[in-house]
Every structure is written in structure tokens, then in C-alpha cells.
Design a protein around this ligand. Structure first.
Ligand code: ATP
Ligand code: MG
Length: 369
């Protein structure tokens, strides 16, 4: 796609200059445009603003079985319009009884005044190539970053351990100071920062070299209750009301790696608390469906901005001072290793996270893979 993307970009600029302000003359210039288009390796179509195809290059004619020169392509025009209205990046097209999977790159060419003049559509034949879903792509990216992180984490771990040991020694040996309270305070700050750094490094190491999953039958409700007990004092201090636990369906034990799932759910709960700086409500519930158990955690913290929804699971994406942006990436990785999912949507002035875990006793995906 890279080369084609670049060549389409160049072509787009070329066409923009070529057509600027002369929408109605395109047919007259079609032959020259076609010459340029025919040099491209991918199928390219120029349509007018009503979707009528005015020029298609040779590759497009071959690929789609369009009658050369005729451009009787109303079916293709309709399919493109459908794909566009659903913002689809791919579609299938039935050419002479053969279904062709196509990747669609659809751009609008505008006049200097911003008026839509033409559509420039590039189609890539996906026959025989496997479409990689976004989640798999994300997993690959995370894998690569994880390996890098492990290398760095390994280097950071040793000096951190040395720091921790020396702080401990210092604490034991500070005597006769003029201001022992101040010294104790500084030591406390240093120790807690070292602990925080250590936890981040441990997370990195977990990420890159996850330990084998330890599966056992667990009560999801018990896991959630232990998390709520853990955060209850913090919620009270922040005037956050805890509301749960609404259980629907028949509770059953679920085969899980308890510590991984607990850590994942804890991060979602902590994120919810973080989002409600001025107080609010944290509602949690469990639904046992036919094949899945669904854990819902809802807050009233204003929700996730539209622009950020696609990013919150990315490694290092954080909007918090002092946040590492690891929590949701790790949670997603752990839940995916259980063949589950995490989804999020904004409701009632807050965010609602749903963690789905399968009830089936299928073998989990090893998180080492
Ligand atoms: N319930 C929520 N409401 C609003 N924004 C949220 C919520 N949960 C997550 N986010 C957004 O997603 C970002 C990423 O969350 P994530 O848990 O991965 O990292 P973090 O909480 O920033 O840092 P940490 O690694 O300490 O967990 C957050 O910084 C925040 O912007
Ligand atoms: Mg977090």
C-alpha cells in the first residue's frame, strides 16, 4: 500500500492542478488524464461529483471487467456510494459473477473555494491477501514495543534495586540530623517514587515476557468485591458513591488467571475514579449471559472525548500527570489472552467499560505467544 499511497498522493496533487476550477471540462481532458492513470499499478477511477465514473485506468477496467471505453459502471458507482455512506474502507464488487474484495481509497478533489469537483478512487484487489483486523495489528505493535521495553526495563531494574537498598540503609542510618522530620519526609518521597518506578518497570517486563497463565475457577463477583473493598477508602475521600453489585443471570465460576484479571479490572476501576475528581458515582454490575460473563463499570466522570476513544488502549496513551498509559494496554492484552474483549462507550455523562470473558472451558490463548 505504501508505494501506491505515495503515488496516489502525487497524482492527487497533479490532478488538483490539472482540474482546478474546470469541472465541466473533464471529459475533454479524459484522454490525457487516462494516460497518466494508466502508468499506475493500481486501479484508479475518477468520478464526477454525482458519482458518475468519467475516467478509469486500464488496471481498473481489467480488474472490474468494465467494458473498455464504455464506462457503463453504474453498479460500481452504486457500490462505491454505499461504501462511502458507511465509511467502509473495503467492499466487494461482483464483476461478471466473480466477487472481488477491494480496498477502497476514496478522496475528494476540491476547487480552491472548497467545492467538491471530483472523486479520485483507488481500488486494491485483496484477492488472496488476508485482511488484518485492527485488533491484530494493535497486538503486533504491542508485541514489538514490549520486546523493546523489556530490554530497557532490564537495564533500569539494576540501578533501581541499588537505589532502593541504599535508601533503606540511609533511613536506618540517619541520626543526629538537625531536622529529622524533614529528612524523614524526603526519604519517604524518594522511597515512594522508587516504588512507583519499580512498578512501571515490572509492568514493562510483564508486558514483554509474560509469565504463563495460571488458570483456576474463579468467582468474578468476589474479584470485583475485593477491588471495591480496596478502593472504598479512596472513593469515600473523593465523595464517590459506590453502587453495586447488580448481578443478572446464573452466577458460575469462570476459568481465569485471577491476578491478571484482577489487575485489569482494578485499572478500569482506578481510571473511573481518576475521571471523577469532583466526586460522582461508580456503578458496577455483572451479567452472566449464555457464553460470556460481562462486567460493567460505569462512572460519571464526563466520558472519553470522541477523539481519544481510538487511542485509550494504545501503549503510553495517557492524559494524566504521572500516568504511564500502560493500564488499558495491559488490561486489553490480558483479557484478549482469555479470549475476551473490553469495550467502552460514553453514557449519561460518563464512561461505561464492559469486560467480556468467555464461560466456555476452551483453552486460553497463552499470553506468551
Ligand atoms: N473512565 C474513564 N473516563 C475518562 N477517561 C478515561 C477513562 N478510562 C481511561 N481514560 C483515558 O484513557 C487514558 C489511558 O488509560 P490507561 O489506564 O491506559 O492509562 P493511565 O490511567 O493514564 O495510566 P496508568 O498506566 O497509570 O493506568 C487515560 O489517561 C484517560 O485519558
Ligand atoms: Mg489507568
Amino acid at each position: 500500500m505504501g508505494d501506491n499511497g505515495v503515488s496516489l498522493g502525487l497524482l492527487f496533487g497533479l490532478l488538483a492542478a490539472f482540474f482546478a476550477g474546470i469541472a465541466l471540462l473533464v471529459a475533454a481532458r479524459a484522454a490525457r488524464v487516462k494516460k497518466i492513470l494508466n502508468t499506475l499499478p493500481s486501479a484508479v477511477i475518477v468520478a464526477d461529483r454525482n458519482g458518475r465514473i468519467v475516467v478509469a485506468n486500464r488496471r481498473a477496467l481489467d480488474l472490474l471487467g468494465l467494458g473498455a471505453g464504455l464506462l457503463d459502471a453504474s453498479a460500481l458507482g452504486r457500490r462505491l456510494a454505499e461504501a462511502r455512506s458507511r465509511s467502509e474502507k473495503s467492499m466487494t464488487f461482483d464483476a461478471d459473477g466473480t466477487e472481488i474484495p477491494l480496498l477502497v481509497d476514496d478522496r475528494i478533489l476540491r476547487s480552491a473555494e472548497g467545492v467538491a469537483l471530483f472523486r479520485l478512487v483507488q481500488l486494491t484487489d485483496l484477492t488472496g491477501s488476508k485482511m488484518v483486523p485492527e485488533e491484530e495489528r494493535r497486538a503486533d505493535r504491542l508485541e514489538a514495543v514490549g520486546t523493546l521495553a523489556a530490554g530497557i526495563a532490564h537495564e533500569v531494574k539494576n540501578p533501581l534495586s541499588a537505589l532502593a537498598v541504599n535508601l533503606q540503609l540511609l533511613e536506618e542510618n540517619v541520626s543526629g540530623s538537625e531536622n529529622p522530620r524533614k529528612v524523614a519526609h524526603y526519604l519517604e518521597v524518594l522511597t515512594s517514587e522508587v516504588r512507583r518506578l519499580n512498578a512501571i518497570v515490572d509492568n514493562f517486563i510483564d508486558f514483554a515476557r509474560p509469565r504463563p497463565m495460571e488458570m483456576s475457577p474463579c468467582s468474578v463477583e468476589e474479584i470485583l468485591r475485593s477491588i471495591i473493598t480496596l478502593v472504598a477508602p479512596q472513593c469515600e475521600a473523593k465523595r464517590i458513591a459506590l453502587e453495586g453489585c447488580d448481578v443478572t443471570g446464573t452466577p458460575v465460576k469462570v476459568l481465569l488467571d485471577e491476578s491478571q484479571i484482577k489487575r485489569s479490572l482494578l485499572n478500569i476501576v482506578v481510571n473511573a475514579i481518576d475521571s471523577m475528581a469532583g466526586g460522582g458515582r461508580l456503578v458496577w454490575g455483572i451479567e452472566y449471559a449464555e457464553e460470556m460473563v460481562l462486567v460493567r463499570i460505569t462512572d460519571t466522570g464526563g466520558g472519553i472525548p470522541e477523539k481519544a476513544v481510538d487511542k485509550i488502549f494504545d501503549l503510553f496513551y495517557t492524559t494524566k500527570k504521572g500516568g504511564s498509559g500502560l493500564g488499558l494496554s495491559l488490561a486489553q492484552k490480558a483479557v484478549a489472552a482469555h479470549r475476551g474483549f473490553i469495550s467502552v462507550k460514553n453514557i449519561d455523562g460518563g464512561a461505561c467499560f464492559v469486560v467480556g470473558l468467555p464461560l466456555a472451558r476452551e483453552r486460553p490463548v497463552s499470553s506468551n505467544q
